[in-house]
Design a protein around this ligand. Structure first.
Ligand code: SAH
Length: 460
């Protein structure tokens, strides 16, 4: 190890920064963030630096660096474009025994800045010992993704209650279990759901010893349209906490595989007219599993609240007072449009967009078609493949032009994605020959023609 990572307390400590350019501004931001008493020595300030100086209190000596400027400093940074100035700063700092960092000159540094993930009071510092700052930054972005912004709140919660937990008189093992609940368990989930008071209460009950097994919890997770990269960080985090995963037909198996290896996976998929597990049974199952103390992930395709019956699934949980979280997902309408190069709204073509179910009942669709006639509104039909003929016929019969562009996007965001284009009068014949399979989404409106120019994904 060439550099030992340590955490330095800089609050109100004198630090000297020589230089006031763009790079110096970046360093100054860190130093001020740590509460340093900052003195800047530079004949001129960059505009970024000036903005920083107006927000924070720092002392600026508007002149070049001179020998003796470092006499009071406990830490020094040189960030000037002039190598000879940087060398002089290095020489003085070294002779005074002050740690010094010279930007972009590893040979002149007695300390270096790590890449930082800041979830204060939790901080993560990543260093490649100067060997590859790009690698350090890439590792940082991976860690950033793993730590939700609210991790800071968990750290603060722990800080606030540390003494109380120490005084509770529990054994070391019991204390470890309490901390586990705060950091990874139900209390952490309450904090991450922005329910600080409930977290306080849960801790109080835990410390009073009133509580037995922590109750289970249900995460209703939108898994997005198929491409696993379109999951949110939150969806992934909660999926990986789950003891059991209930998933639908629309959820990509690669996403289910992202759950913990030891988690049970239960397929409760639904096909049109083949409900392998009836909806009521799914609702009950969620309650039963949570009552057994399990963390249950209910994975839904797209967004759980867009034609996903997510509302019904959590109604029973709410009635039974079982904690749950709902994670939005990218809905098929958004995803298919983006991957097909069809902006759902566009200043010149559409000012609004409407998501409509195309699911037929007894071969019929009961819509107020007269509401769907605006030329400047994009219509997005879910579950519309079977009812496509009715949709087109009704729209034309109610007055929409037969030339209105229509797109069918089959298996959007997957490598098998196909885009079929036509008009309200021609699309049916196209479907006859191309035979698209579910899931397929239908988009109706002028914006569809933009795909000519804006298509970018796949070949279809
Ligand atoms: N909750 C889901 C929608 C479920 S309804 C969501 O928000 O996306 C199921 C319908 O969604 C399908 O019939 C189809 O119209 C559409 N759909 C879902 N995934 C799709 C995909 N990858 N490509 C095209 N359409 C899709």
């Amino acid at each position: 190890m060439d550099f030992l990572p340590i955490n330095l307390r800089l609050r109100d400590q004198p630090v000297v920064l020589v230089g006031a350019g763009v790079v110096a501004a970046r360093k100054a931001r860190f130093l001020l963030g740590a509460g340093a008493d900052l003195t800047v020595i530079a004949p001129e300030q960059d505009t970024q630096f000036r903005a920083l100086a107006s927000e924070h209190s720092l002392v600026w000596h508007q002149r070049p660096y001179g020998e003796g400027d470092l006499s009071n400093a406990i830490l020094v940074i040189a960030a000037t474009p002039d190598r000879s100035v940087n060398e002089s700063v290095h020489r003085e700092a070294t002779s005074r025994g002050i740690p010094v960092n010279v930007v972009d000159s590893p040979d002149l540094c007695s300390f270096i800045f790590p890449a930082i993930v800041d979830r204060s009071p939790l901080t993560v510092a990543i260093s490649s010992s100067g060997a590859s700052p790009v690698l350090a930054r890439s590792v940082r972005s991976r860690i950033e993704a793993m730590l939700p912004a609210a991790t800071a709140d968990i750290a603060r919660f722990g800080q606030l209650h540390r003494d109380r937990i120490r005084e509770v008189g529990a054994s070391e093992n019991e204390r470890r279990i309490i901390w586990e609940q705060i950091i990874n368990g139900p209390i952490a989930q309450l904090i991450l759901s922005n329910r600080w008071q409930a977290a306080e209460q849960a801790l109080a009950e835990l410390l009073d010893g009133h509580k037995g097994l922590p109750p289970g919890e249900v995460y209703l997770i939108g898994a997005g349209p198929g491409d696993p990269e379109l999951m949110t960080f939150k969806a992934l985090r909660l999926l990986q906490r789950a003891d059991i995963v209930l998933h639908d037909r629309l959820v990509n198996p690669d996403i289910v595989a992202m759950a913990r290896r030891d988690a049970d996976k239960l397929y409760v998929g639904k096909r049109r007219s083949d409900h392998s597990v009836p909806q009521e049974r799914i609702n009950e199952l969620l309650v039963e599993l949570a009552q057994e103390g399990k963390c249950v992930a209910r994975l839904k395709g797209g967004d759980p609240f867009v034609f996903g019956r997510g509302g019904e699934e959590i109604e029973l949980l709410a009635q039974k007072n079982i904690p749950f979280q709902v994670v939005p997902g990218i809905t098929a309408g958004n995803a298919a449009a983006c991957y097909a190069g069809i902006p759902l709204t566009h200043r010149d073509h559409a000012q609004s967009v409407r998501f409509v179910t195309g699911h037929t009942k007894d071969g019929k669709l009961h819509h107020r078609w007269e509401e769907f006639l605006s030329e400047t509104e994009t219509l997005v039909f879910y579950m519309g493949l079977v009812g496509l003929a009715i949709i087109c016929r009704e729209l034309i019969a109610h007055g929409r032009s037969p030339h209105t562009p229509v797109a069918l996007i089959e298996r959007a965001t997957s490598p098998q994605q196909r885009l079929l284009r036509g008009t309200l009068s021609s699309i049916e014949a196209l479907v006859e020959s191309a035979q698209p399979q579910a899931p397929t989404l239908i988009i109706v409106g002028k914006v569809v023609s933009l795909a000519d120019e804006l298509r970018w994904y796949g070949s279809g």
